[in-house]
Design a protein around this ligand. Sequence first.
Ligand code: ADP
Ligand code: MG
Length: 240
Amino acid sequence: RKSVVRITTGSQALDELLGGGIETLAITEAFGEFRSGKTQLAHTLCVSTQLPTSMRGGNGKVAYIDTEGTFRPDRIVPIAERFGMDPGAVLDNIIYARAYTYEHQHNLLLGLAAKMSEEPFKLLIVDSIIALFRVDFTGRGELAERQQKLAQMLSRLTKIAEEFNVAVYMTNQVVADPGGGVFVSDPKKPAGGHVLAHAATVRLMFRKGKGEQRICKVFDAPNLPESEAVFQITPGGIAD
Ligand code: ADP
Ligand code: MG
């Protein structure tokens, strides 16, 4: 039986909220407004996953699927330095792929799964899970098909998490449509509907605080209290 590994987020408060960190064998979803820190957490996890387990890392490689073009290798450098790691070596252990359509995104996952059977990976990032679906399926009439394809992709992610004892960290967008033709100006609802809600093991809601301060709330998780943690975005990544 595989045992859960918990990977540090870089923030003690956030780790405590999560019961120790981002878990393998599970899908962790972060949704929230623009600039709330979802991608910055992805960058930090790229580094912390490579730390030895004695330093609350995962001692493994990272796979990164980028659908929004927001991965910055340059950001990895100060984060690696903060954790006392060699930036070049850290970058070498991040397998990066940019996806341009939802089909491309799905095919990349298949390729990564093949790689994971050969090398020790501990984290798969999908930033974001939904963006390409929202581009590729625009009409109301396409919603059912979109949700079906999304479900297929999420089931692939679940399988990867379980087969390779990997943590899946995916980001999600917020939408301004609570349904029933009602629109609100302040988007708060995660996109993806029930399909996404059921697939995510841990759902986290991010929002902005003062300055570089950010707040993370447990939105839905089977064994975590519904509480909040405050963290900061620093040059060295996510911190307290
Ligand atoms: P999201 O993915 O949720 O839209 P990001 O994770 O990209 O948001 O967060 C963007 C924010 O991260 C920026 O607005 C800025 O506040 C902060 N940030 C980005 N880079 C740095 C850095 N080098 N040092 C400190 N803060 C940074
Ligand atoms: Mg982002």
